[in-house]
Design a protein around this ligand. Structure first.
Ligand code: SAM
Length: 290
């Protein structure tokens, strides 16, 4: 029998059997192309020694392909209606487990402790719900989970923003935030046609290879990220004007002097500054508050 869930015919049969109707509000676009799924699994280098955490298994299309290659798969699914379906579609794969929870509210560290062995090689692999891509990715990165890679299907534009380098139109606070924790690259792009229902946007596979330690050292991480967000608050404004607007307790002249003292032209825009420059800027501005 044909075990692959991700064919148009099999997917339709499963959805019909359970009378399942898609919830747009949960970002439910299911993959119906086994070849794309296999390429996602390969992009994450999943092997028999890999423990995988999945977010949003849907009816199990990706879970199944992961289960074929991985040691164990643990998936978070928010939609209760999918639980009985997953029970059936994944019945042949005993080393899979579904946790019925909103991943944004989940204690992922604890789940990792409970579900996997100590020091196990771990990967996050998911076709993410697009309405919460950024919060999910930032949660996974900021919590410093013991995973070596995060491979996710997301909206193409968001993948490009995350992987962007300085001086490009997509470079922004999200690029720096993600690249502080990981090396980011777009692996391949995917057309709308491989989903039911088809989303309005094109998609891409993003690979985040987690760094052992950040590429720069800053005195206060929270302040560093605050500076970055402030610097991109209005993209067309200079770094000086954005910072002066954000730090209303400091005079514009004070900020200008700090920028000049570290050789950053106050007329530059945030998009022209490297992560290293933001690091130096953050440590120097911090002195005015401590
Ligand atoms: N993995 C399946 C596939 O590739 O066909 C489904 C992917 S679909 C884009 C996203 C899935 O994430 C849906 O099953 C949806 O119910 C689930 N989901 C949405 N928000 C979630 C959340 N906050 N936590 C966990 N799962 C969520």
């Amino acid at each position: 029998i044909d075990k692959d869930i991700a064919t148009p015919k099999k997917t339709k049969a499963i959805l019909d059997k359970y009378g399942f109707s898609f919830k747009k509000s949960l970002g439910q676009n299911f993959l119906i192309d086994t070849n794309v799924l296999k390429r996602i699994v390969a992009a994450a280098n999943v092997s028999q020694s890999t423990g995988v955490i999945e977010i949003g298994p849907g009816i199990g299309a990706l879970t199944e392909q992961l289960a074929k290659e991985a040691k164990r798969v643990v998936a978070f699914e928010i939609d209760q209606r999918l639980l009985p379906i997953l029970k059936e579609t994944l019945s042949a794969y005993e080393h899979t487990k579904i946790i019925h929870q909103d991943v944004l509210k989940a204690d992922v560290q604890k789940v990792i402790k409970d579900e996997f062995e100590e020091n196990e090689e771990l990967a996050v692999v998911a076709n993410l719900p697009y309405y919460v891509t950024t919060p999910i990715l930032m949660k996974l990165l900021e919590e410093k989970l013991p995973v070596r890679t995060i491979v996710v299907m997301i909206q193409k534009e968001v993948a490009e923003r995350i992987a962007a380098k300085p001086n490009s139109k997509n470079y922004g606070s999200l690029s720096i935030a993600a690249q502080y924790y990981a090396d980011a690259e777009t692996v391949f792009t995917v057309p709308k046609t491989v989903f039911v229902p088809q989303p309005n946007v094109d998609s891409a596979i993003l690979r985040l290879s987690i760094r052992e330690k950040p590429p720069i050292t800053v005195k206060d991480e929270a302040f560093f990220f605050e500076i970055i967000r402030a610097s991109f608050a209005q993209r067309r404004k200079t770094i000086l004007n954005n910072l002066a607007h954000h730090f209303s307790t400091l005079s514009k002249q004070t900020i200008e002097e700090i920028l000049q003292s570290i050789n950053i032209d106050p007329r530059r825009r945030g998009e022209a500054l490297s992560m290293e420059e933001f690091g130096v800027l953050s440590d120097n501005l911090l002195k005015k508050f401590r």
